[in-house]
Design a protein around this ligand. Structure first.
Ligand code: SF4
Ligand code: SF4
Length: 201
């Protein structure tokens, strides 16, 4: 079985940012589910570093508030050098970009903190063509998420919203109501993050 990456650790930041450990746990759960789904499928995964057609072709990537906090923190405090400058520029111009503002040199600049949806979108057999969204062109090649891990991650995320009752968390996930919390990545006002990054430089 493909070993899922271990849980990311940022000890100092996790002490300071009380929401960060929960986010890192959720991401770890998601990654474990992805590894299990790839294993269960058995086909060759086409996704690899440097392959990024999906970061341009996907226009509706859901991002939940806790994920947004993680992305903003990582961009403000962890990006540096040319990558930081490029991301800042792209955040300001994101409405005309035709792709995700975090895509730099065909790689995700916020890879450790990328949203669950990006973690879960994986394609088998062959890499996507330019402009292709495999979900629409060859859905059979798109990895089926491990529903158990996916739902567990969403249930855990609801703790961030003050929902601690297990039955209620289950209901919100099973009914799909949890998705109302998400915004579409392309619709977020990334100019604000660019301004915060400039102020923190
Ligand atoms: S989803 Fe398609 S474009 Fe994205 S990394 Fe996988 S093969 Fe490449
Ligand atoms: S957040 Fe990263 S992985 Fe997701 S679309 Fe943007 S560049 Fe691609």
């Amino acid at each position: 079985m493909k070993t899922p990456p271990g849980r990311a650790r940022y000890p100092e930041d996790e002490k300071r940012l009380t929401w960060l450990p929960l986010l890192l746990e959720i991401q770890h759960l998601t990654d474990q589910g992805v590894a299990a789904a790839i294993q269960a499928d058995g086909r060759r995964l086409a996704c690899a570093r440097g392959c990024a057609a999906c970061c341009r072709s996907h226009v509706d990537i859901p991002v939940y508030p806790l994920e947004l906090m993680g992305i903003a923190w990582f961009a403000r405090e962890r990006l540096d050098g040319d990558t930081r400058a490029i991301v800042q520029r792209q955040l300001l111009a994101h409405r005309d970009l035709g792709g995700c503002p975090f895509l730099v040199n065909e790689a995700c600049a916020i890879h450790p903190l990328r949203p669950m949806a990006c973690r879960q979108f994986n394609v088998f057999n062959s890499v996507c063509a330019v402009g292709e969204d495999a979900y629409h062109t060859r859905r059979g090649d798109v990895m089926r998420p491990d529903c158990k891990s996916k739902d567990q991650a969403l249930r855990e995320m609801l703790r961030h919203h003050g929902v601690h009752d297990g039955r209620e968390r289950r209901r919100l996930v099973e009914s799909g109501e949890v998705h109302r919390l998400a915004q579409s990545l392309r619709q977020i006002r990334w100019e604000n993050l660019a301004a915060h990054m400039a102020a923190a430089t």
